[in-house]
Design a protein around this ligand. Structure first.
Ligand SMILES: Cc1cc2nc3c(=O)[nH]c(=O)nc-3n(C[C@H](O)[C@H](O)[C@H](O)COP(=O)(O)O)c2cc1C
Length: 372
């Protein structure tokens, strides 16, 4: 990937220390897989360096594809916040091998010049949230999904939609299959329990991970989650149908949605995924602006991507068989996805606000030590 400059400008503006902190604060509000916040920020001349903290990346990530869907939204939040101060932000993506420092890998640099108009999506940066409640089963109108498409940032991204109950039902079956694999494979189980935060104290202490309350887990079920933390117990519980029960919940949630969206891009490259991450954030913010709840469903596209790239050998045989069986039904539901690269699947709809919000690291932890 060559270094690329979007909208070059010669009259760069130096950020004040307060502006730098404001933009980093906005970046930190971005979503990230399992709330891992794999980012760090540094002042660079007149701009901001965006660093990837590999030590926080998910072990199950494929070529950083999930991390880029967190860094892309963080970058978009910087661009949006800058627009509110009439600053135009130009994003330059760096090529591999990324320059490394003790704080992370240099993935992008954002530079600022004067002349932007305030982007109305910026107002929703703090409101955007993952909402894992059941939504109203009222299909979104075509005009509503078309309006969301207007918010895409990258012309190489595309959104496909399912709104009809029969299609949601068909997709729910595929989500069920991949969710069961998540609960029935020890590496995924261990990864999940490493990021679970069982109570407020633990959530506050770490400032990251998945607070069970944000997962809408009812209080009575929390002891079950704690009990099955050791893989041996989970394996035993799966014999009695626990993985089927958990995956069954996801299946219901897919059906209880106003629409399912699939975000695609043209190529599996760092730059395309980062740009797609920016688009994901814009669509999510546009949903917040429209009063629509949003939940990413990363499992299905992640498994399909892994299966397509690494083949059957990357999975235990019984999971490889199940995954092979869902590829065609998935592309039958989204025929236009065959010529594209999968980015993210998500559900949207009308719902009450989530029971809890996820926390973030303090700014000191995500600002490079050189700037602290
Ligand atoms: C790449 C990516 C994948 C995600 N996958 C899922 C998922 O499969 N299921 C889910 O409920 N949330 C998923 N999320 C949402 C994150 O868990 C969420 O952004 C994070 O916990 C922070 O919470 P917030 O979005 O409410 O700020 C994903 C987010 C990203 C960026």
């Amino acid at each position: 990937m060559a270094d690329s400059v979007l909208k070059p400008d010669n009259s760069k503006i130096d950020l004040s220390p307060e502006q730098f902190r404001r933009f980093v604060e906005a970046a930190s509000r971005a979503p990230s897989p399992d709330n891992n916040q794999p980012w760090c920020f540094r002042r660079s001349g007149s701009g901001i360096d965006v660093l990837h903290v590999r030590g926080r990346a998910l072990p199950s990530d494929i070529d950083d594809y999930f991390s880029w869907q967190a860094l892309g939204p963080a970058i978009e939040n910087i661009v949006l916040s800058a627009s509110c101060e009439n600053l135009r932000a130009d994003v330059r993506y760096h090529a591999r091998p990324f320059a490394e420092s003790t704080d992370g890998e240099l993935v992008a640099t954002v530079e600022f010049s004067s002349g932007a108009e305030s982007d109305p999506l910026a107002k929703f940066i703090d409101e955007r949230v993952s909402n894992r409640r059941p939504y109203k089963s009222v299909p979104l109108a075509e005009s509503e999904t078309a309006a969301l498409e207007q918010s895409l940032h990258d012309p190489q991204c595309k959104l496909l939609w399912l709104t009809q109950p029969a299609d949601l039902k068909a997709l729910a079956k595929l989500v069920y299959i991949t969710d069961r694999i998540r609960f029935e494979h020890q590496p995924f189980h261990d990864e999940f329990h490493k990021v679970l935060r069982y109570d407020d104290a633990q959530a506050k202490e770490t400032g990251d991970g998945l607070d069970l309350k944000t997962l809408e887990i009812p209080a009575f079920a929390i002891p079950i989650f704690k009990w099955v933390r050791p893989w041996k117990r989970m394996k035993l519980a799966n014999h009695f149908g626990l993985s089927a029960m958990f995956a069954g919940n996801s299946k219901q949630l897919v059906r209880k949605s106003g629409a399912i969206g699939l975000l695609l891009t043209t190529q599996a490259s760092d730059e395309r995924y980062l740009e797609a991450g920016r688009s994901l954030q814009r669509v999510w913010l546009a949903c917040a602006a429209a009063g629509l709840a949003f939940q990413p469903m990363g499992g299905l596209p992640m498994f399909l991507t892994q299966f397509a790239r690494k083949g059957r050998d990357a999975f235990v045989p019984e999971h490889a068989v199940r995954l092979a069986e869902i590829v065609e039904p998935f592309y039958d539901l989204f025929p236009a996805a065959r010529e594209h690269t999968l980015v993210m699947l998500f559900r949207i709809g009308m719902a009450p606000p989530p029971s809890a919000r996820s926390l973030r690291y303090p700014l000191e932890r995500i600002i490079s030590r050189e700037d602290n």
